[in-house]
Design a protein around this ligand. Structure first.
Ligand code: PLP
Length: 364
């Protein structure tokens, strides 16, 4: 079937009408990739799947929320949208606003967003304003401006963002024929996505379209872990810039997702995130951005701690776990290069290359 975007696919579950002009880049319907090598590397009881959200049109799951937020902003007559962003929201807002023919303003923390994301916001013609401050401060400013001026706020506190993003859960359940996974692991930043997935899972369950609910496992970076610590973090830090957030807007609903599902919100260190980032790239051929790898780092941590040893799978003999890979690795080439070893540099001579490969020229 032709993918005409997630509003077309899940129209009956979304607040649009027959006359709504849909702004889409054919987002959604992303692959759910089996990850047997990764699973085996972590724990013998695991059956791991990766929801590769980096394959959305602008390279992150933010497109799911943005197709709805921009569609509704247009329907409500707005000619300007605004967001605070750690990078991906601005990339997505800029692209969808361009497609809708409306103006987009983005506030970003100076020097703290990945190169690919900044380039996207700029190429799509958004007005990019860098602040000497962090994401939380940017969001406070955006909220205030959007309250007082005719500008639509397209951060994930916009309920239409959550509506669009809940379709990720629908896709997973549709891919598994209505069988709910045992666990879902995902990064938590501003906490809109865990809120949205939990809403999606509950809605499908209430409609009889799934046989149960997964336990929601959220992971924050240790330097930006307000929900784990139980208080805002004034100066959040982590190299996983997409989750460098000290005071999540959807804090309460993230806790609800955790508590209602019997899940947890835990933290992982930058070293654990970096290891997971390399592990998934090298064992499964999947390149995600650092923040996305927090889901795998969390799964690895739980596996190491013996968490799964006593878990009984919902069905069959293996524990089915979904890791949400929220954004594409190409977003952040600087971190990819920093995480790898330097390439060798040699003269254009066969002997030199053979020597590096450990082949003996004498055998030729
Ligand atoms: C936005 C983002 C997150 C965090 O999602 P929240 O909804 O803010 O919790 C994680 N990873 C990536 C790649 C993102 O762009």
């Amino acid at each position: 079937m032709h993918n005409a975007g997630l509003i077309a696919r899940y129209r009956e579950h979304l607040p649009v009408s027959d006359t709504t002009r849909i702004i889409t880049l054919n987002e959604g319907s992303t692959p759910l990739v089996a990850a047997p090598a990764l699973g085996a590397a972590l724990h013998p009881k695991l059956e791991v799947y990766l929801k590769y959200e980096g394959l959305n049109p602008t390279g992150s799951f933010k497109d799911r929320g943005m197709t709805m937020a921009i569609t509704k902003a247009l329907e409500e007559g707005y000619e300007m949208v605004m967001c605070a962003s750690t990078g991906n929201t601005s990339a997505s807002a800029a692209a969808y606003a361009a497609r809708a023919g409306i103006k987009c303003i983005v506030l970003i923390p100076q020097g703290k967003i990945a190169l690919g994301k900044l380039s996207q916001a700029m190429v799509h013609g958004a007005q990019v304003i860098q602040i000497h401050g962090n994401f939380d401060e940017a969001l406070t400013l955006v909220r205030k401006i959007c309250e007082n001026f005719p500008v639509a706020l397209v951060n994930s506190i916009n309920p239409f963002r959550i509506e669009g993003q809940k379709t990720g859960a629908f896709e997973i359940l549709d891919d598994f024929g209505g069988v709910a996974p045992d666990f879902q692991c995902m990064p938590v930043g501003n906490a809109g996505n865990i809120t949205a997935y939990w809403k999606g899972y509950r809605e499908y369950h209430a409609l009889g379209k799934s046989d149960g609910l997964p336990r929601m496992m959220g992971f924050q970076a240790a330097g930006s872990a307000p929900i784990v610590l139980g208080h805002p973090v004034l100066e959040p830090h982590t190299f996983a810039t997409a989750i460098r957030i000290g005071n999540p807007a959807s804090w309460k609903t993230a806790e609800e997702a955790r508590d209602q599902s019997g899940g947890m919100i835990d933290m992982v260190t930058d070293d654990e995130i970096r290891d997971a980032y390399k592990l998934v790239a090298r064992t499964e051929g999947i390149f995600c951005e650092p923040a996305s790898a927090a889901s795998i780092a969390g799964l690895a941590k739980l596996s190491r701690e013996g968490f799964f040893d006593t878990v009984t799978p919902r069905q069959g003999d293996r524990i089915r776990v979904i890791c949400i890979l929220t954004g594409h690795g190409l977003k952040d080439p600087d971190n990819a290069i920093a995480a790898a070893s330097e390439p060798y540099t040699v003269e254009p001579k066969e002997e030199q290359i053979l020597e590096l490969l450990g082949f003996s020229p004498a055998l030729v």
